[in-house]
Ligand binder design. Structure first.
Ligand SMILES: Cc1ncc(COP(=O)(O)O)c(C=O)c1O
Length: 393
């Protein structure tokens, strides 16, 4: 049989696949698996969104036809109104907003739309794997922007050599951040980004998937609130985490119309967009009253406090995050030498606890693991007991 495209060989091993094999082994050995791996919300989508979907799909057969690929006007208006209300950002629904089949799809197609063979993209390291892998799939070259604890996991733009900055085509950022759970407290870093992008003519893609998963009165900003942001960039937004709609597959790209138009063109050759009944359910989500997700956020906070305190007592180093449903934990000293993948392998095999190795998010993630707070509160007590026993042995 002929070989698949060489592009696939250039990809690093996908962490979720490696961990899935170990998870399968654990299930086969009849271990009681506590899955804190993938960032897959476990709490249900609010019923007003489900009711809207059910009613639409049952009573409006017109919605079973091909959808409007860039998103129906009603939905584009709803997302722009939501951005105005939430961030005080003005967006034109006609040309500054496009609907995506989840932001992962949008980010992948953004890379393909903008990168030619050998083009440079500035990407954080560690990063959400889709930020790294889609640059490679598009034939681009990654220039790592290390995220370091001493810089609060925010890249130091002054460390990017002038030569690299001049040829870079695009930069991908993400705050609140996956996997480090770091946040930007205000717009200062984004202002630096806008200055840098204007100086070197770089397109900025900000991934704002976790802006609504915040705690302790922290309010996450949008990149588009930054003066001049719309001149240089776009923001990816997702309903997956905001409304526990990860499986529904719906997100948006918002911002500079000249950046969005080619993405829309590219997508028109690849997909037909999000089904109309899902788009209408998304309108119901965006138009819902404030506080719809309060119980989800309260639950994440409870899990965060319990598990974070417990991990710190056991010798991990974990900061209590202000956002995301992740804990980014430095593994205890005695495991550092063998690395985070080895730690995760041992942990699954011996305890049934699944977490993700920091190295799977990029070299600069080594020494850390990411726990997702996506299982029942009581399970964190079990997980801590098992971890305690595991570390002792
Ligand atoms: C930073 C980041 N962006 C995007 C996504 C995917 O979002 P969506 O479900 O909209 O594709 C994730 C999922 O974990 C993520 O962590």
């Amino acid at each position: 049989m002929k070989h698949y495209s060489k592009k696939l060989d250039k990809l690093p091993p996908y962490i979720f696949s490696i961990i899935n094999v170990l998870k399968k082994e654990a299930f086969e050995k009849k271990l009681d698996v506590i899955d804190l791996g993938m960032g897959n919300p476990d709490l249900p989508t609010p019923s007003i969104i489900i009711d809207r979907l059910v009613d639409t799909i049952k009573n409006h057969p017109g919605t079973h036809r091909y959808p409007q690929a860039k998103g129906m006007p009603k939905l584009r208006k709803a997302i722009c109104s939501w951005y105005k209300k939430r961030f005080d950002v003005d967006l034109n629904p006609d040309n500054e907003a496009i609907v995506l089949i989840g932001s992962k799809e949008g980010i992948a197609h953004m890379c393909m739309t903008y990168l030619d063979l050998g083009d440079t993209a500035l990407v954080s390291n560690p990063a959400y794997p889709a930020h790294l892998n889609n640059v490679i799939l598009a034939g681009g070259k990654i220039f790592d922007m290390p995220l370091l604890p001493e810089n609060k996991w925010i890249p130091d733009l002054t460390k990017i050599p002038e030569k690299v900055a001049k040829k870079a085509k695009f930069m991908i950022l993400n705050y609140p951040n996956n996997p480090t759970a770091a946040v930007v407290e205000d717009l200062s870093f984004f202002k630096e980004v806008v200055r840098f992008a204007k100086k070197y003519d770089i397109i900025v893609c900000h991934d704002n998937a976790y802006s609504e998963v915040t705690f302790d009165d922290f309010v996450a900003p949008s990149f588009l609130q930054t003066p001049g942001a719309k001149d240089v960039g776009v923001e990816f937004y997702s309903l997956s985490k905001t409304y526990n709609m990860a499986g529904w597959r719906i997100g948006f790209c918002l911002g500079n119309s000249k950046i969005i138009a080619p993405l829309e063109k590219f997508k028109s050759f690849v997909d037909y967009g999000v089904p109309t009944f899902l788009q209408l359910a998304a309108v119901a989500a965006l138009n819902s009253e404030d506080g719809l997700m309060k119980s989800t956020l309260d639950e994440y906070k409870k899990r965060r406090d319990k598990f974070c305190d417990g991990l710190n007592k056991l010798g991990f180093v974990v900061e209590k995050p202000k956002a995301t449903m992740y804990l980014w934990a430095k593994i205890p000293e005695k495991f550092q030498k063998k690395g985070s993948l080895n730690f995760c392998e041992q942990l699954i095999r011996n305890t049934g606890i699944v977490c993700l190795p920091g190295s799977g998010f990029g070299d600069y993630g080594e020494g850390y693991v990411r726990f997702s707070l996506v299982t029942h509160f009581n399970r964190f007590h079990d997980a801590l007991l098992r971890l305690k026993k595991f570390l002792r042995e």
